[in-house]
Design a protein around this ligand. Structure first.
Ligand code: ADE
Ligand code: ZN
Length: 349
């Protein structure tokens, strides 16, 4: 069944304003914690850990964030993550992100982390997971933001290294709910990771994968058919295929779309070309997400705001996108029903 939205929205056709967008209860389902590392915190951690950055100032770093495609971003992103060493660094990173979420009306997060970016540098996976989960627990207790952590495999590395990562993570299974697949997409199709995803499934883990960000529609197909994913991260290249759009709609397969990321990485030259609202109107379960907010110029609310500013996103469409984010999360139906009631109150107001 294609994606439905039955909640009544007052002034439904008015362009959504910031107050309404903030008040909507929202989930964020596509966020790389390493991508929420703000230049200010990067400098602070570099100093604390006595690491020399190739940038002299925050301004210089921001100037370097002039990306031409995914790889031009990833090269800098992995370099910046080098300041994260100790458990407390991962805590500080995650806690800063959660505080931003709290200010923006985010009620639930399912963030990604890239263990291989850190284990490759000799950092124990336990250090990474403990720091992140301590902050997530604090976020739940102090800010009321629920969570489910997702461990991503780097697809530019071989599958046996993904297996090794899953084995290293096994003692910490209680701290994460699923696995994902990220990094350089083109040339690294989902099939490359079919065995490790099958193992993750046997372990009872959820599965998501980046597909159809820069890569072709066949990668979306591969993620569905070989990795048995429950969500597609990005997936915007589905617009190249009527058959795929119909398949995604019929399966109500969530796409975790990242508008500011797509424009900053030149998937689209301008936000006015972004297809998210067309996909929504076509019955696909699209959601809004920030991807790597510290690098792409804005957190979740800025992504919603940009859709209102550049595509004239209405209150109805914004509420539908927020509902999709909650429904596409990996929480149980009871919690979803509580959120929908809260959403209905905001929509009526
Ligand atoms: N890692 C961090 N951000 C990413 C993106 N947008 N695509 C692939 N891998 C990533
Ligand atoms: Zn991503």
């Amino acid at each position: 069944m294609t994606n439905q939205f039955n909640i009544a929205v007052s002034a439904a056709d008015a362009v959504a304003d910031t107050e309404f967008l903030t008040a909507l209860p929202k989930a964020e389902l596509h966020l790389h914690l390493e991508g929420s590392l703000e230049p200010e915190l990067m400098f602070k951690l570099a100093e604390r850990n006595q690491i020399e950055l190739p940038y002299a100032s925050v301004e210089e770093i921001k100037k370097a964030y002039d990306f031409t495609n995914l790889q031009s971003f990833l090269d800098i992103y992995y370099q910046c993550a080098g300041v994260l060493i100790h458990e407390q660094d991962f805590y500080d990173l995650t806690w800063a992100y959660l505080q931003q979420c709290h200010a923006e009306g985010v009620v639930h997060v399912e963030p990604f982390f890239d263990p291989q970016t850190h284990t490759e540098r000799g950092i124990d996976i336990g250090v990474v997971i403990k720091g992140i989960t301590r902050a997530l627990k604090d976020g739940e207790q102090k800010l009321g933001i629920s969570y489910g952590l997702i461990l991503c495999f780097l697809r530019h590395l071989p599958e046996d290294e993904a297996f090794a990562t899953l084995n290293q993570a096994e003692p910490y299974m209680e701290h994460f709910i699923g696995v994902g697949l990220d990094s350089s997409e083109v040339g690294n199709p989902p099939e490359k990771f079919s065995e490790v995803f099958a193992e993750a499934r046997r372990m009872g883990l959820k599965r998501v994968a980046h597909a159809g960000e820069e890569g072709p529609v066949s990668y979306i197909e591969g993620a569905l058919d070989y990795l048995d994913v429950q969500r597609i991260d990005h997936g915007v290249r589905c617009t190249d295929s009527e058959t795929m759009m119909n398949r995604l709609a019929a399966a109500n397969m969530p796409l975790t779309v990242c508008p500011l990321s797509n424009t900053r990485l030149k998937v689209y030259e301008h936000m006015s070309q972004h297809p998210i609202l067309k996909l929504l109107e076509r019955g696909l379960c699209v959601t809004v997400n920030a991807d790597d907010p510290a690098f792409f110029g804005g957190y979740l609310l800025a992504n919603y705001q940009s859709l209102a500013d550049n595509l004239g996103m209405t209150r109805q469409q914004a509420a539908h996108l927020a509902a999709n984010s909650l429904n596409a999360s990996f929480v149980g139906d009871e919690q979803k029903a509580v959120w929908m009631e809260k959403l209905a109150v905001v929509c009526a107001g």
